[in-house]
Write a protein that binds this ligand. Structure first.
Ligand code: NAD
Length: 505
Protein backbone atom coordinates (compact mmCIF):
# COMPACT_ATOMS: atom_id res chain seq x y z
CA UNK A 1 0.00 0.00 0.00
CA UNK A 2 1.38 3.38 -0.99
CA UNK A 3 0.68 6.03 1.58
CA UNK A 4 1.02 9.72 0.75
CA UNK A 5 3.77 11.82 2.29
CA UNK A 6 2.64 13.41 5.58
CA UNK A 7 3.66 16.86 4.28
CA UNK A 8 1.27 16.47 1.34
CA UNK A 9 -1.61 15.76 3.73
CA UNK A 10 -0.67 18.81 5.86
CA UNK A 11 -0.71 20.94 2.73
CA UNK A 12 -4.10 19.59 1.63
CA UNK A 13 -5.56 20.30 5.08
CA UNK A 14 -4.20 23.82 5.14
CA UNK A 15 -5.46 24.62 1.65
CA UNK A 16 -8.94 23.27 2.40
CA UNK A 17 -9.09 25.30 5.61
CA UNK A 18 -8.07 28.46 3.78
CA UNK A 19 -10.66 27.89 1.05
CA UNK A 20 -13.34 27.56 3.77
CA UNK A 21 -12.24 30.94 5.12
CA UNK A 22 -10.78 29.61 8.36
CA UNK A 23 -8.21 31.70 10.15
CA UNK A 24 -5.00 29.74 10.22
CA UNK A 25 -2.71 30.46 13.13
CA UNK A 26 0.23 28.45 14.30
CA UNK A 27 -1.38 27.59 17.56
CA UNK A 28 1.39 25.51 19.04
CA UNK A 29 -1.04 23.12 20.72
CA UNK A 30 -1.72 21.45 22.96
CA UNK A 31 -4.37 19.83 20.74
CA UNK A 32 -2.89 17.86 17.84
CA UNK A 33 -4.94 17.24 14.71
CA UNK A 34 -3.84 13.93 13.19
CA UNK A 35 -4.78 12.03 10.08
CA UNK A 36 -5.50 8.30 10.37
CA UNK A 37 -4.31 7.95 6.74
CA UNK A 38 -0.69 8.06 7.90
CA UNK A 39 -1.16 8.49 11.65
CA UNK A 40 0.83 11.70 11.46
CA UNK A 41 0.23 15.24 12.64
CA UNK A 42 -1.67 17.69 10.43
CA UNK A 43 -1.27 20.74 12.65
CA UNK A 44 -1.76 21.86 16.23
CA UNK A 45 -4.84 23.60 17.55
CA UNK A 46 -5.40 25.65 20.68
CA UNK A 47 -7.53 23.87 23.26
CA UNK A 48 -10.14 26.02 24.99
CA UNK A 49 -9.45 27.01 28.59
CA UNK A 50 -12.11 27.12 31.30
CA UNK A 51 -12.37 30.87 30.73
CA UNK A 52 -12.72 30.39 26.96
CA UNK A 53 -15.65 28.02 27.49
CA UNK A 54 -17.24 30.41 29.97
CA UNK A 55 -16.89 33.30 27.51
CA UNK A 56 -18.36 31.20 24.71
CA UNK A 57 -21.40 30.27 26.80
CA UNK A 58 -21.85 33.89 27.93
CA UNK A 59 -21.73 35.13 24.33
CA UNK A 60 -24.14 32.44 23.17
CA UNK A 61 -26.50 33.21 26.04
CA UNK A 62 -26.42 36.96 25.33
CA UNK A 63 -27.07 36.28 21.64
CA UNK A 64 -29.95 33.97 22.55
CA UNK A 65 -31.77 36.80 24.34
CA UNK A 66 -31.86 38.67 21.04
CA UNK A 67 -32.13 35.71 18.64
CA UNK A 68 -35.22 34.22 20.31
CA UNK A 69 -37.33 37.22 19.28
CA UNK A 70 -36.23 37.23 15.63
CA UNK A 71 -39.15 35.69 13.66
CA UNK A 72 -38.38 32.07 12.81
CA UNK A 73 -38.60 32.53 9.00
CA UNK A 74 -35.96 35.28 9.32
CA UNK A 75 -33.80 32.98 11.44
CA UNK A 76 -34.04 30.55 8.54
CA UNK A 77 -32.05 33.00 6.39
CA UNK A 78 -28.78 32.21 8.15
CA UNK A 79 -29.34 28.49 7.66
CA UNK A 80 -30.26 29.02 4.01
CA UNK A 81 -26.98 30.91 3.53
CA UNK A 82 -25.07 28.20 5.39
CA UNK A 83 -26.55 25.62 3.01
CA UNK A 84 -25.35 27.69 0.03
CA UNK A 85 -21.84 27.96 1.46
CA UNK A 86 -21.75 24.24 2.20
CA UNK A 87 -22.72 23.54 -1.40
CA UNK A 88 -19.93 25.84 -2.59
CA UNK A 89 -17.37 24.24 -0.26
CA UNK A 90 -18.60 20.66 -0.39
CA UNK A 91 -15.31 19.31 -1.73
CA UNK A 92 -13.20 21.35 0.69
CA UNK A 93 -15.10 20.16 3.73
CA UNK A 94 -15.17 16.58 2.42
CA UNK A 95 -11.41 16.76 1.98
CA UNK A 96 -11.03 17.63 5.67
CA UNK A 97 -13.41 14.81 6.65
CA UNK A 98 -11.26 12.35 4.68
CA UNK A 99 -8.10 13.73 6.22
CA UNK A 100 -9.32 13.66 9.82
CA UNK A 101 -11.78 10.76 9.88
CA UNK A 102 -10.31 8.65 7.05
CA UNK A 103 -13.57 8.35 5.08
CA UNK A 104 -13.37 7.66 1.35
CA UNK A 105 -14.21 10.85 -0.64
CA UNK A 106 -17.62 9.56 -1.75
CA UNK A 107 -18.69 8.97 1.88
CA UNK A 108 -17.11 12.24 2.99
CA UNK A 109 -19.05 14.11 0.31
CA UNK A 110 -22.17 12.20 1.31
CA UNK A 111 -21.68 13.49 4.84
CA UNK A 112 -21.46 17.08 3.57
CA UNK A 113 -24.52 16.44 1.39
CA UNK A 114 -26.36 15.50 4.59
CA UNK A 115 -25.42 18.92 5.95
CA UNK A 116 -26.84 20.63 2.86
CA UNK A 117 -30.00 18.52 3.10
CA UNK A 118 -30.57 19.36 6.77
CA UNK A 119 -30.12 23.06 6.01
CA UNK A 120 -32.87 22.80 3.38
CA UNK A 121 -35.05 20.91 5.82
CA UNK A 122 -34.46 23.48 8.58
CA UNK A 123 -35.26 26.42 6.30
CA UNK A 124 -38.63 24.81 5.52
CA UNK A 125 -39.09 24.05 9.19
CA UNK A 126 -38.60 27.72 10.04
CA UNK A 127 -42.14 28.28 8.69
CA UNK A 128 -43.60 25.16 10.28
CA UNK A 129 -42.94 25.29 14.02
CA UNK A 130 -46.55 24.42 14.62
CA UNK A 131 -48.39 24.19 17.92
CA UNK A 132 -51.82 22.60 18.37
CA UNK A 133 -55.13 24.10 19.32
CA UNK A 134 -57.16 21.77 21.56
CA UNK A 135 -60.88 21.87 22.33
CA UNK A 136 -61.33 23.56 25.69
CA UNK A 137 -63.86 22.02 28.07
CA UNK A 138 -64.95 25.50 29.15
CA UNK A 139 -67.24 27.87 27.19
CA UNK A 140 -65.58 31.04 25.89
CA UNK A 141 -62.08 29.58 26.32
CA UNK A 142 -59.32 28.73 23.91
CA UNK A 143 -56.69 26.09 24.72
CA UNK A 144 -53.52 25.97 22.68
CA UNK A 145 -49.80 25.29 22.81
CA UNK A 146 -46.95 27.45 21.59
CA UNK A 147 -43.34 26.47 21.01
CA UNK A 148 -40.64 28.83 22.20
CA UNK A 149 -36.85 28.89 21.81
CA UNK A 150 -35.10 26.93 24.55
CA UNK A 151 -31.74 28.63 25.08
CA UNK A 152 -28.11 27.68 24.49
CA UNK A 153 -27.63 24.23 22.99
CA UNK A 154 -24.33 22.52 23.83
CA UNK A 155 -23.41 20.15 21.00
CA UNK A 156 -20.84 17.47 21.80
CA UNK A 157 -19.96 15.34 18.78
CA UNK A 158 -18.04 12.17 17.92
CA UNK A 159 -15.09 11.71 15.54
CA UNK A 160 -16.83 9.49 13.02
CA UNK A 161 -19.42 11.99 11.80
CA UNK A 162 -17.39 15.12 12.38
CA UNK A 163 -19.62 17.50 10.44
CA UNK A 164 -23.06 15.97 9.83
CA UNK A 165 -23.98 15.59 13.50
CA UNK A 166 -23.07 19.22 14.14
CA UNK A 167 -25.25 20.37 11.25
CA UNK A 168 -28.24 18.22 12.29
CA UNK A 169 -28.17 19.95 15.64
CA UNK A 170 -27.13 23.42 14.60
CA UNK A 171 -29.38 23.98 11.58
CA UNK A 172 -32.46 22.90 13.55
CA UNK A 173 -31.43 24.68 16.79
CA UNK A 174 -30.85 27.98 14.95
CA UNK A 175 -34.26 28.06 13.28
CA UNK A 176 -35.81 27.09 16.61
CA UNK A 177 -34.31 30.30 18.05
CA UNK A 178 -31.52 28.69 20.05
CA UNK A 179 -27.83 29.49 19.94
CA UNK A 180 -25.11 26.84 19.86
CA UNK A 181 -21.79 26.12 21.56
CA UNK A 182 -20.05 23.19 19.86
CA UNK A 183 -17.46 20.89 21.34
CA UNK A 184 -16.33 18.58 18.52
CA UNK A 185 -14.24 15.45 18.98
CA UNK A 186 -10.63 16.26 19.78
CA UNK A 187 -9.77 13.91 16.90
CA UNK A 188 -11.44 16.16 14.31
CA UNK A 189 -10.69 19.78 15.30
CA UNK A 190 -9.92 21.02 11.77
CA UNK A 191 -13.26 20.10 10.19
CA UNK A 192 -14.83 21.94 13.13
CA UNK A 193 -12.80 25.07 12.46
CA UNK A 194 -13.91 24.99 8.82
CA UNK A 195 -17.61 24.58 9.74
CA UNK A 196 -17.40 27.37 12.29
CA UNK A 197 -15.81 29.68 9.70
CA UNK A 198 -18.56 28.93 7.17
CA UNK A 199 -21.33 29.57 9.69
CA UNK A 200 -19.66 32.80 10.86
CA UNK A 201 -19.60 33.93 7.23
CA UNK A 202 -23.25 32.98 6.75
CA UNK A 203 -24.16 35.01 9.85
CA UNK A 204 -22.21 38.04 8.57
CA UNK A 205 -23.77 37.75 5.11
CA UNK A 206 -27.34 37.88 6.45
CA UNK A 207 -26.71 40.19 9.40
CA UNK A 208 -27.35 37.61 12.13
CA UNK A 209 -25.61 38.09 15.50
CA UNK A 210 -22.11 36.59 15.60
CA UNK A 211 -22.83 35.04 19.00
CA UNK A 212 -25.35 32.53 17.62
CA UNK A 213 -22.51 30.02 17.33
CA UNK A 214 -19.28 29.35 19.20
CA UNK A 215 -16.69 26.63 18.89
CA UNK A 216 -14.76 25.27 21.85
CA UNK A 217 -12.03 22.71 21.34
CA UNK A 218 -10.62 19.98 23.53
CA UNK A 219 -11.26 16.58 25.04
CA UNK A 220 -13.95 15.35 27.43
CA UNK A 221 -13.01 17.86 30.16
CA UNK A 222 -14.02 20.74 27.85
CA UNK A 223 -17.31 18.93 27.13
CA UNK A 224 -17.89 18.61 30.87
CA UNK A 225 -18.02 22.39 31.21
CA UNK A 226 -20.96 22.50 28.82
CA UNK A 227 -22.53 19.60 30.71
CA UNK A 228 -22.34 21.39 34.06
CA UNK A 229 -23.27 24.94 33.06
CA UNK A 230 -26.87 25.80 33.94
CA UNK A 231 -27.00 28.32 31.08
CA UNK A 232 -26.77 25.42 28.61
CA UNK A 233 -30.44 24.50 28.34
CA UNK A 234 -29.93 21.41 26.17
CA UNK A 235 -26.87 19.19 25.95
CA UNK A 236 -26.98 17.20 22.72
CA UNK A 237 -24.22 14.62 23.03
CA UNK A 238 -23.18 12.05 20.44
CA UNK A 239 -20.62 9.38 21.25
CA UNK A 240 -20.04 6.19 23.18
CA UNK A 241 -22.32 4.73 25.84
CA UNK A 242 -19.47 5.40 28.30
CA UNK A 243 -19.68 9.11 27.50
CA UNK A 244 -23.50 9.07 27.79
CA UNK A 245 -23.31 7.43 31.21
CA UNK A 246 -21.10 10.29 32.38
CA UNK A 247 -23.09 13.09 30.74
CA UNK A 248 -26.72 12.03 31.26
CA UNK A 249 -26.82 11.99 35.10
CA UNK A 250 -24.85 15.25 35.38
CA UNK A 251 -27.23 17.14 33.13
CA UNK A 252 -30.20 15.55 34.92
CA UNK A 253 -28.78 16.60 38.30
CA UNK A 254 -29.19 20.24 37.32
CA UNK A 255 -32.55 19.54 35.61
CA UNK A 256 -31.11 20.42 32.21
CA UNK A 257 -32.35 18.73 29.04
CA UNK A 258 -30.25 16.06 27.41
CA UNK A 259 -30.38 14.49 23.96
CA UNK A 260 -28.18 11.40 23.82
CA UNK A 261 -27.09 9.67 20.59
CA UNK A 262 -24.89 6.79 21.74
CA UNK A 263 -23.48 3.52 20.47
CA UNK A 264 -25.30 0.88 18.46
CA UNK A 265 -24.94 -2.85 17.96
CA UNK A 266 -26.97 -3.13 14.81
CA UNK A 267 -28.25 -6.34 13.32
CA UNK A 268 -29.85 -7.58 10.12
CA UNK A 269 -32.10 -10.61 9.95
CA UNK A 270 -31.81 -12.55 6.70
CA UNK A 271 -34.83 -14.74 6.06
CA UNK A 272 -35.00 -17.75 3.71
CA UNK A 273 -37.02 -15.75 1.16
CA UNK A 274 -34.49 -12.88 1.02
CA UNK A 275 -33.18 -11.63 -2.31
CA UNK A 276 -29.59 -12.59 -1.58
CA UNK A 277 -28.05 -10.39 -4.30
CA UNK A 278 -29.63 -7.36 -2.72
CA UNK A 279 -28.87 -8.58 0.81
CA UNK A 280 -25.16 -9.08 0.07
CA UNK A 281 -24.84 -5.54 -1.31
CA UNK A 282 -26.69 -4.02 1.64
CA UNK A 283 -24.73 -6.09 4.17
CA UNK A 284 -21.29 -5.37 2.71
CA UNK A 285 -21.87 -1.60 2.58
CA UNK A 286 -23.30 -1.51 6.12
CA UNK A 287 -20.65 -3.76 7.69
CA UNK A 288 -17.46 -2.79 5.88
CA UNK A 289 -18.21 0.79 4.77
CA UNK A 290 -16.46 3.52 6.78
CA UNK A 291 -14.28 0.65 8.08
CA UNK A 292 -17.13 -0.30 10.42
CA UNK A 293 -16.91 3.08 12.16
CA UNK A 294 -20.50 4.25 11.86
CA UNK A 295 -22.86 4.21 14.81
CA UNK A 296 -25.22 2.39 12.43
CA UNK A 297 -22.59 -0.07 11.10
CA UNK A 298 -23.89 -3.59 10.77
CA UNK A 299 -22.30 -5.73 13.48
CA UNK A 300 -24.57 -8.78 13.75
CA UNK A 301 -26.15 -10.95 11.08
CA UNK A 302 -28.97 -13.26 12.13
CA UNK A 303 -29.42 -15.67 9.23
CA UNK A 304 -31.85 -18.49 8.68
CA UNK A 305 -29.85 -21.71 8.84
CA UNK A 306 -31.04 -22.76 5.36
CA UNK A 307 -29.26 -19.82 3.68
CA UNK A 308 -26.40 -19.20 6.14
CA UNK A 309 -23.64 -21.13 4.35
CA UNK A 310 -24.40 -19.59 0.98
CA UNK A 311 -24.67 -16.07 2.41
CA UNK A 312 -21.43 -16.36 4.40
CA UNK A 313 -19.64 -17.62 1.30
CA UNK A 314 -20.97 -14.72 -0.79
CA UNK A 315 -20.10 -12.08 1.78
CA UNK A 316 -16.65 -13.57 2.20
CA UNK A 317 -16.05 -13.42 -1.54
CA UNK A 318 -17.36 -9.82 -1.70
CA UNK A 319 -14.99 -8.93 1.17
CA UNK A 320 -12.16 -10.42 -0.89
CA UNK A 321 -12.88 -7.82 -3.61
CA UNK A 322 -12.87 -4.82 -1.27
CA UNK A 323 -9.89 -2.57 -1.72
CA UNK A 324 -8.52 -1.42 1.64
CA UNK A 325 -6.12 1.51 1.67
CA UNK A 326 -5.46 5.21 1.37
CA UNK A 327 -8.97 6.65 1.02
CA UNK A 328 -7.76 9.17 -1.55
CA UNK A 329 -6.75 6.33 -3.92
CA UNK A 330 -9.12 5.38 -6.73
CA UNK A 331 -11.15 2.26 -6.08
CA UNK A 332 -10.49 2.15 -2.33
CA UNK A 333 -13.67 1.39 -0.40
CA UNK A 334 -12.29 0.82 3.09
CA UNK A 335 -10.07 3.44 4.68
CA UNK A 336 -8.12 3.32 7.94
CA UNK A 337 -9.24 2.78 11.51
CA UNK A 338 -9.06 6.00 13.47
CA UNK A 339 -6.08 5.01 15.63
CA UNK A 340 -4.11 2.29 17.33
CA UNK A 341 -6.58 1.79 20.17
CA UNK A 342 -9.36 1.08 17.63
CA UNK A 343 -7.11 -1.59 16.10
CA UNK A 344 -6.33 -3.08 19.51
CA UNK A 345 -10.01 -3.13 20.47
CA UNK A 346 -10.70 -5.03 17.24
CA UNK A 347 -7.98 -7.61 17.96
CA UNK A 348 -9.20 -8.07 21.54
CA UNK A 349 -12.76 -8.63 20.31
CA UNK A 350 -11.59 -11.19 17.73
CA UNK A 351 -9.58 -13.05 20.40
CA UNK A 352 -12.62 -13.13 22.67
CA UNK A 353 -14.82 -14.36 19.82
CA UNK A 354 -12.39 -17.19 19.09
CA UNK A 355 -12.27 -18.09 22.79
CA UNK A 356 -16.08 -18.25 22.75
CA UNK A 357 -15.98 -20.81 19.93
CA UNK A 358 -16.24 -18.39 17.00
CA UNK A 359 -14.60 -19.02 13.65
CA UNK A 360 -13.03 -16.14 11.74
CA UNK A 361 -14.12 -16.85 8.15
CA UNK A 362 -12.04 -14.03 6.70
CA UNK A 363 -10.35 -10.74 7.55
CA UNK A 364 -9.31 -9.16 10.81
CA UNK A 365 -5.66 -8.83 10.01
CA UNK A 366 -3.68 -5.66 9.37
CA UNK A 367 -3.60 -4.79 5.74
CA UNK A 368 -0.47 -2.75 5.08
CA UNK A 369 -0.20 0.82 6.32
CA UNK A 370 2.66 2.08 8.45
CA UNK A 371 3.72 1.97 12.09
CA UNK A 372 1.25 4.68 12.96
CA UNK A 373 -1.61 4.00 10.48
CA UNK A 374 -4.03 1.12 11.00
CA UNK A 375 -5.64 -0.50 8.00
CA UNK A 376 -7.54 -3.76 8.47
CA UNK A 377 -9.44 -6.14 6.28
CA UNK A 378 -13.06 -6.39 7.44
CA UNK A 379 -13.68 -9.51 9.52
CA UNK A 380 -16.49 -12.02 9.14
CA UNK A 381 -16.93 -14.30 12.16
CA UNK A 382 -19.34 -17.21 12.61
CA UNK A 383 -20.46 -17.49 16.23
CA UNK A 384 -22.12 -20.47 17.95
CA UNK A 385 -24.10 -18.12 20.22
CA UNK A 386 -24.61 -14.44 21.04
CA UNK A 387 -21.82 -14.33 23.64
CA UNK A 388 -20.79 -11.22 25.60
CA UNK A 389 -18.39 -9.97 22.91
CA UNK A 390 -21.21 -10.01 20.35
CA UNK A 391 -23.33 -7.97 22.72
CA UNK A 392 -20.75 -5.17 22.84
CA UNK A 393 -20.14 -2.47 20.26
CA UNK A 394 -16.59 -2.83 18.92
CA UNK A 395 -16.02 0.22 16.74
CA UNK A 396 -14.30 -1.62 13.87
CA UNK A 397 -15.37 -3.79 10.92
CA UNK A 398 -16.34 -7.08 12.58
CA UNK A 399 -19.51 -8.82 11.41
CA UNK A 400 -20.69 -11.68 13.64
CA UNK A 401 -22.92 -14.29 12.02
CA UNK A 402 -25.54 -16.13 14.08
CA UNK A 403 -28.15 -18.55 12.77
CA UNK A 404 -31.82 -19.14 13.56
CA UNK A 405 -34.49 -21.65 12.63
CA UNK A 406 -37.63 -20.01 13.93
CA UNK A 407 -38.62 -16.36 13.27
CA UNK A 408 -39.45 -15.67 16.94
CA UNK A 409 -35.95 -16.85 17.80
CA UNK A 410 -34.53 -14.39 15.26
CA UNK A 411 -36.42 -11.50 16.85
CA UNK A 412 -35.36 -12.58 20.35
CA UNK A 413 -31.69 -12.74 19.31
CA UNK A 414 -32.05 -9.42 17.58
CA UNK A 415 -33.38 -7.63 20.67
CA UNK A 416 -31.14 -9.41 23.18
CA UNK A 417 -28.43 -6.70 23.25
CA UNK A 418 -28.28 -3.56 25.42
CA UNK A 419 -28.17 -1.14 22.47
CA UNK A 420 -31.10 -0.20 20.21
CA UNK A 421 -30.06 2.02 17.31
CA UNK A 422 -30.55 0.54 13.83
CA UNK A 423 -31.87 -2.74 12.47
CA UNK A 424 -32.98 -4.34 9.26
CA UNK A 425 -34.58 -7.41 7.76
CA UNK A 426 -34.01 -8.90 4.34
CA UNK A 427 -37.12 -10.83 3.35
CA UNK A 428 -39.71 -10.97 0.59
CA UNK A 429 -42.29 -12.38 3.01
CA UNK A 430 -44.66 -9.55 3.88
CA UNK A 431 -45.71 -11.14 7.15
CA UNK A 432 -42.13 -11.27 8.37
CA UNK A 433 -41.42 -7.72 7.20
CA UNK A 434 -44.47 -6.33 8.98
CA UNK A 435 -43.78 -8.34 12.13
CA UNK A 436 -40.25 -6.91 12.21
CA UNK A 437 -41.73 -3.38 12.20
CA UNK A 438 -44.52 -4.24 14.68
CA UNK A 439 -44.53 -3.55 18.46
CA UNK A 440 -43.18 -7.06 19.13
CA UNK A 441 -40.57 -6.80 16.36
CA UNK A 442 -37.32 -4.84 16.31
CA UNK A 443 -36.84 -2.73 19.44
CA UNK A 444 -34.59 -0.18 17.69
CA UNK A 445 -35.15 3.48 16.83
CA UNK A 446 -34.52 2.63 13.18
CA UNK A 447 -36.01 -0.49 11.57
CA UNK A 448 -35.53 -1.08 7.84
CA UNK A 449 -36.78 -3.61 5.29
CA UNK A 450 -34.52 -4.76 2.45
CA UNK A 451 -31.85 -2.14 3.01
CA UNK A 452 -28.90 -2.22 5.39
CA UNK A 453 -28.65 -0.62 8.82
CA UNK A 454 -26.54 2.39 7.82
CA UNK A 455 -27.07 5.38 5.57
CA UNK A 456 -30.18 7.06 7.01
CA UNK A 457 -31.87 9.99 5.27
CA UNK A 458 -32.24 13.29 7.12
CA UNK A 459 -36.03 13.45 6.68
CA UNK A 460 -36.72 10.91 9.43
CA UNK A 461 -35.94 11.27 13.13
CA UNK A 462 -32.59 9.65 13.88
CA UNK A 463 -31.72 7.90 17.14
CA UNK A 464 -32.18 4.80 19.20
CA UNK A 465 -33.48 3.15 22.32
CA UNK A 466 -32.01 1.48 25.41
CA UNK A 467 -28.28 2.23 25.85
CA UNK A 468 -28.31 4.21 22.60
CA UNK A 469 -29.81 6.93 24.76
CA UNK A 470 -33.34 7.59 23.47
CA UNK A 471 -32.55 10.90 21.70
CA UNK A 472 -33.89 11.86 18.28
CA UNK A 473 -32.23 14.30 15.90
CA UNK A 474 -32.61 15.52 12.35
CA UNK A 475 -36.00 15.24 10.61
CA UNK A 476 -39.66 14.54 11.44
CA UNK A 477 -40.58 16.32 14.71
CA UNK A 478 -37.11 16.00 16.30
CA UNK A 479 -37.11 19.82 16.41
CA UNK A 480 -39.36 19.68 19.48
CA UNK A 481 -36.35 18.73 21.62
CA UNK A 482 -34.84 22.13 20.79
CA UNK A 483 -37.85 24.16 21.96
CA UNK A 484 -39.94 24.54 25.07
CA UNK A 485 -43.69 24.03 24.96
CA UNK A 486 -46.11 26.42 26.67
CA UNK A 487 -49.77 25.50 27.12
CA UNK A 488 -51.99 28.59 26.98
CA UNK A 489 -55.59 28.94 28.10
CA UNK A 490 -57.31 32.14 26.99
CA UNK A 491 -60.65 33.16 28.51
CA UNK A 492 -62.54 35.43 26.10
CA UNK A 493 -65.81 35.29 28.05
CA UNK A 494 -67.01 37.43 30.98
CA UNK A 495 -67.37 34.41 33.29
CA UNK A 496 -64.79 32.33 35.15
CA UNK A 497 -65.78 28.67 34.98
CA UNK A 498 -63.19 26.40 36.65
CA UNK A 499 -61.84 23.26 35.00
CA UNK A 500 -63.32 19.90 36.03
CA UNK A 501 -66.47 21.77 37.14
CA UNK A 502 -64.88 22.86 40.45
CA UNK A 503 -67.02 25.35 42.46
CA UNK A 504 -65.14 27.98 44.49
CA UNK A 505 -67.75 30.50 45.56
P1 NAD B 1 -16.50 9.26 22.51
O1 NAD B 1 -17.57 8.88 23.47
O2 NAD B 1 -15.10 8.88 22.84
O3 NAD B 1 -16.49 10.86 22.33
C1 NAD B 1 -17.62 11.56 21.86
C2 NAD B 1 -17.57 13.00 22.31
O4 NAD B 1 -17.81 13.07 23.71
C3 NAD B 1 -16.21 13.68 22.11
O5 NAD B 1 -16.41 15.01 21.71
C4 NAD B 1 -15.59 13.60 23.49
O6 NAD B 1 -14.58 14.57 23.72
C5 NAD B 1 -16.80 13.85 24.36
N1 NAD B 1 -16.72 13.36 25.74
C6 NAD B 1 -16.16 12.23 26.18
N2 NAD B 1 -16.33 12.11 27.52
C7 NAD B 1 -17.03 13.19 27.93
C8 NAD B 1 -17.53 13.65 29.18
N3 NAD B 1 -17.34 12.95 30.30
N4 NAD B 1 -18.22 14.81 29.22
C9 NAD B 1 -18.44 15.53 28.09
N5 NAD B 1 -17.98 15.15 26.87
C10 NAD B 1 -17.29 13.99 26.79
O7 NAD B 1 -16.93 8.69 21.08
P2 NAD B 1 -16.09 8.61 19.73
O8 NAD B 1 -15.03 7.56 19.85
O9 NAD B 1 -15.69 9.97 19.28
O10 NAD B 1 -17.22 8.12 18.69
C11 NAD B 1 -17.59 6.78 18.54
C12 NAD B 1 -18.82 6.46 19.36
O11 NAD B 1 -19.87 7.38 19.07
C13 NAD B 1 -19.40 5.09 19.02
O12 NAD B 1 -19.84 4.47 20.20
C14 NAD B 1 -20.56 5.41 18.09
O13 NAD B 1 -21.54 4.41 18.04
C15 NAD B 1 -21.06 6.67 18.72
N6 NAD B 1 -21.84 7.46 17.76
C16 NAD B 1 -23.19 7.51 17.92
C17 NAD B 1 -23.97 8.20 17.00
C18 NAD B 1 -25.46 8.24 17.11
O14 NAD B 1 -26.06 9.09 16.46
N7 NAD B 1 -26.10 7.39 17.89
C19 NAD B 1 -23.35 8.89 15.94
C20 NAD B 1 -21.97 8.84 15.82
C21 NAD B 1 -21.22 8.12 16.75
Amino acid sequence: MNLPAPEELCRRAEEALIRCGAEITDAGGPLVARTPITGTELRTVTASSTDDVDRAITAAHDAFLEWRTVPAPQRGAVVRRLGQLLTEHKTDLAELVTLEAGKIPSEAQGEVQEMIDICEFAVGLSRQLYGRTMASERPGHRLMETWHPLGVVGVISAFNFPVAVWSWNTAVALVCGDTVVWKPSDRTPLTAIACDALLARAARDVGAPAGIHALVQGAGDVGERLVDDARVALVSATGSVRMGRAVGPRVAARFGKCLLELGGNNAAVVAPSADLDLAVRGIVFSAAGTAGQRCTSLRRLIVHSSVADELVQRISSAYGQLKVGNPFDDGVLVGPLVNRSAFEAMQTALDKARADGGTVVCGGERSGGSDSAYYVSPALVRMPAQTSVVQEETFAPILYVLTYDDFDQAIALHNEVPQGLSSSIFTTDQREAERFLAPDGSDCGIANVNIGTSGAEIGGAFGGEKETGGGRESGSDAWKAYMRRATNTVNYSDRLPLAQGVEFT
